[in-house]
Design a protein around this ligand. Structure first.
Ligand code: SF4
Length: 469
């Protein structure tokens, strides 16, 4: 079949993200014998490009939607209207079946399908389900009978596919489809997965609804082959593991780092969510040897009460220990903290701020996020329902945030602003939304300044503080 796939994500904060999901699905469809064309809207003006894309012959159009919204209570933006508009534009030019996929579909499948007006939706991983859908379409069968595919008539529970066996070769080959240069110019890095799934139970998280609870691990040798291929063919030197948690399961992370170090790849790694729940002693050093230059840590809080309320599965002491381990290894950390979760009060906010001031490295930064997005089918939804913050009938497609009822919101904002003035390593989306950031990213990239560029955020904060005073 002739297949067109469109990635609708245009978000560039904190940096543009390569369309790895769409490329993986497109690659699976190509391997199954279909003709696949892919379009990425990250740097496109949509009206203009869609009319061109749908002019050439096609049998089916797949639309990929990464997120429902930007998950930011300060500058909340829903991506649903944009996707609705794209679908309406395509409908005006094509009568082919429209299939909605992407991570957003795993969050609120039926409600999203109805809202945006697509014909079919892919629930869960698309590599198998989308190919099954194509098979059904090709043979004239009802596509919604395929596993992992829904239509507006499908009733829950959905017939999901078993998670993809990650021991098979699953390369996205993004650079074969798109130029990766524009992404790299904005501090984007090449995304890799070393596994899928997450066995943890954080109350706000949708990850397990998207990738499942069971870890499915890639063979380190296959990952190294993929990195070598990307490095040599697309001239990429910087990568990011976009796993749920890079260091879990612990043995796999350790083995991967050791094998990368042994392979002498001469590339760098960034990001990777590191979880304090089981940080093997020696892993930070192995990561440095493998070429990691910085990591992200979604600790979310440094208060035991709030960590328990979020069901993070670790305690403050483990976060403190982790901060020490990474400082000793010489790795910069980009910390993320959610303020206002279940159990949050003034004293727990102070505990977290005190942790940032005292325990994090001098070269680290800390992003503070206000409130927690309440997503459907999460523990957060259950808590919000029990506290009467939302109604059972709410589908939660549009941004709704949880903020602890024991916290004065006005006080929190003032306190965070004061903390930023006292310690410029702390910032909120107020700073990352600055129009200056994309220019700075491009200029630094052009000057070939070593990444990560977020290390300059404290400097930007100092300048903003200076002009604010
Ligand atoms: S560790 Fe991360 S991916 Fe796993 S449940 Fe918690 S927030 Fe979600």
């Amino acid at each position: 079949m002739k297949v067109k796939l469109i990635s609708t994500n245009q978000e560039k904060d904190p940096y543009p993200v390569m369309p790895i999901g769409m490329c993986l699905v497109g690659e699976a469809a190509r391997k199954a014998g279909h003709q696949v064309e892919m379009y990425d809207m990250t740097f496109q003006k949509k009206q203009h490009c869609i009319s061109q894309w749908v002019e050439t012959p096609h049998d089916v159009i797949g639309i990929s939607m990464r997120n429902l919204d930007n998950c930011d209570a300060l500058f909340s933006t829903s991506f649903i209207p944009g996707v609705k508009k794209i679908i309406a534009d395509i409908r005006g030019r094509s009568s082919a079946p429209l299939v909605l996929g992407g991570a957003a579909m795993g969050v609120a499948p039926q409600a999203l399908l109805r809202e945006v007006g697509a014909d079919y939706g892919i629930v869960g991983e698309g590599e198998v389900a989308f190919v099954e859908l194509l098979k059904h379409l090709d043979s004239g069968d009802d596509p919604s009978a395929a596993r992992g595919v829904i239509s507006l008539k499908t009733k829950e529970p959905y017939r999901q596919i078993e998670g993809l066996d990650m021991r098979e070769n699953v390369w996205a080959r993004i650079g074969d489809r798109f130029s990766v240069k524009p992404f790299l110019n904005y501090e984007g890095v090449y995304p890799l997965q070393s596994k899928r799934g997450c066995a943890l139970k954080c109350v706000y998280c949708t990850y397990v609804n998207i990738e499942g609870k069971k870890y499915r691990l890639r063979d380190p040798k296959d990952i190294i082959e993929e990195i070598t291929d990307i490095r040599d063919r697309y001239n990429v030197r910087e990568f990011e593991f976009v796993d749920s948690t890079f260091n879990l399961p612990a043995r796999h992370a350790m083995r991967l780092c050791r094998e990368i170090a042994r392979s002498q790849l001469k590339v760098s790694f960034f990001g990777s969510n590191i979880n304090p729940i089981h940080l093997e002693s020696g892993l930070p050093e192995e990561m440095v040897r493998a070429g990691f230059r910085s990591i992200t840590c979604t600790a979310e809080s440094a208060s035991d009460r709030v960590l328990e309320g979020m069901r993070k599965g670790f305690k403050r002491q483990q976060v403190v220990q982790m901060a020490k381990q990474f400082q000793q290894a010489g790795l910069r950390v980009f910390w993320m903290f959610l303020m206002g979760g279940p159990g949050e009060k003034q004293d727990t906010v102070e505990e977290t701020l005190e942790f940032i001031h005292r325990e994090t490295g001098t070269r680290d930064v800390a992003l503070v996020i206000y409130g927690m997005r309440i997503y459907p089918n999460t523990g957060m939804e259950t808590i919000a329902l029990s506290e009467g913050l939302i109604q059972k009938s709410e589908e939660l497609l549009w941004p709704v945030f949880y903020m602890s009822p024991d916290l004065d919101h006005g006080w929190l904002k003032k306190r965070i602003n004061q903390a930023i003035r006292e310690d410029p390593r702390i910032f909120t989306s107020n700073q990352t939304q600055s129009a200056f950031i994309p220019f700075a990213q491009r200029a630094l990239s052009w000057m070939k300044v070593e990444r990560p560029y977020w290390r300059f955020l404290p400097m930007i904060n100092r300048v903003m503080n200076f002009y604010a005073n």
